[in-house]
Design a protein around this ligand. Structure first.
Ligand SMILES: C[S@@+](CC[C@H](N)C(=O)[O-])C[C@H]1O[C@@H](n2cnc3c(N)ncnc32)[C@H](O)[C@@H]1O
Length: 368
């Protein structure tokens, strides 16, 4: 079976492939980076559009993903492969040479969830690991062995919006005093025993596993660094496409595109346009998978694609002549550059809305 260009043998169905390729506006001799290769569903489609003079840079933290990339694309002279976080993509000389498009398809791949030994899944017993890069940082088991109760509760609340965060953290600390938590099934059972039954329509450990995974892999910090790095290496007119799977990621992407705060707005209630320097022009708003794709691939249900373009000279198709002027697709021509902080995310509609200076609220602000 092939959905969205995926090879079923890869075990991962890429989401919103056609929209991504369209959004990146792949040109034959362009240079692109897929920072989250996974099993190559998106990369394969980009490569199909590249001519002999095109270039595709592939990154992933996960050694299994990189092994697939080497096996499938290693011999292609247009392709370069690097294992590592996209947070450090600007360290790569080939990326620093300038890119026409960058893609981040965030989160975990199906093979990561499906292989019990990777320790991502509460449904499959395995070592409590959860690292995308098993050679870097602490595993979930190592972190849970020493983190204090409050830190665990904060992670569960902030990254999982788990309302039982304090109760679960207390149970983890009590259990580890008896014996270390080393298996995914142990942790899933412990959480299921603590969370009241019937409270949720999902497995009681879903939110906690998501939260611990985000923490162990520093996913949000990597995303912030990756967006900065992508912005730095994109050519004027180059496009960024990011697929998020939960609201914390999407909020970071949305705010990044909206613009950087230059300075706090003093005692004004809302930051003014001049408090922001534009980073990228939003091309439309949040895009979602259609019903047919969601029916074929339930993972697509929570996917949100955002696309943005680096302002400046050089955009062949949109004909942008100077920063912030002339982009028909986004409607940004009406906003001019200094309005980017106000205009993002509403499909080019010109709203002003409050954007806190922190990328996402602190746990303390959110806790009910
Ligand atoms: C949703 S999958 C990508 C699937 C891919 N687009 C495809 O079509 O097969 C996410 C992948 O990104 C990788 N990943 C997540 N965060 C990363 C980061 N900061 N740097 C590099 N790779 C990352 C994961 O290891 C995983 O393989």
């Amino acid at each position: 079976m092939s959905v969205g260009g995926a090879d079923a043998r890869s075990g991962h169905l890429p989401v919103m492939v056609a929209q991504v390729v369209e959004a990146l506006r792949v040109i034959e001799d362009g240079a692109y980076l897929d920072g989250t290769f996974g099993r190559g569903g998106h990369a394969r489609r980009v490569l199909e559009r590249l001519g002999a003079g095109g270039r595709l840079l592939l990154m992933d933290k996960d050694p299994d993903a990189i092994a697939v990339a080497e096996r499938e694309f290693g011999a292609d002279p247009r392709v370069a492969i690097r294992r590592g976080s996209f947070a450090a993509l600007a360290d790569w000389d080939l990326a620093r040479a300038g890119l026409d498009g960058v893609l981040f398809d965030l989160g975990v791949s199906s093979p990561q969830l499906d292989v019990a030994e990777r320790g991502f899944s509460f449904g499959k017993d395995g070592p409590l690991d959860m690292r995308m890069d098993p050679d870097a940082g602490e595993s979930a088991a190592e972190w849970l062995a020493h983190a204090d109760e409050r830190e665990i509760a904060d992670v569960l609340w902030t990254y999982g919006e788990e309302r039982m965060s304090r109760r679960i953290a207390r149970a983890i600390v009590a259990r580890r005093a008896e014996a270390p938590l080393t298996r995914t099934a142990q942790l899933a059972e412990l959480i299921a025993a603590v969370v009241p039954r019937g409270r949720q329509d999902i497995h009681p450990a879903t939110r906690s596993f998501q939260a611990i995974r985000i923490h162990v892999n520093r996913e949000l910090a990597d995303l912030e660094a990756g967006l900065d790095a992508a912005h730095a290496v994109l050519k004027p007119g180059g496009r960024l496409a990011v697929i998020s799977f939960h609201s914390l990621e999407d909020r970071i992407v949305k705010r990044f595109i909206a613009g950087r705060a230059k300075a706090p707005p003093g005692n004004r209630r809302l930051p003014a346009a001049e408090d922001f320097e534009p980073t990228l022009h939003a091309i439309g708003g949040a895009r979602k998978a259609d019903d047919a794709e969601i029916a074929a691939n339930p993972r697509a249900r929570s996917a949100v694609l955002r696309v943005a373009e680096k302002p400046g000279v050089g955009n062949r198709e949109s004909g942008i002549e100077e920063p912030g002027i002339g982009n028909r697709e986004s409607g940004i021509g009406r906003t001019k550059a200094k309005s980017a902080g106000a205009a993002a995310d509403r499909g080019g509609a010109l709203f002003r809305f409050p954007i806190p200076y922190s990328p996402f609220p602190a746990a303390a602000e959110l806790r009910p």
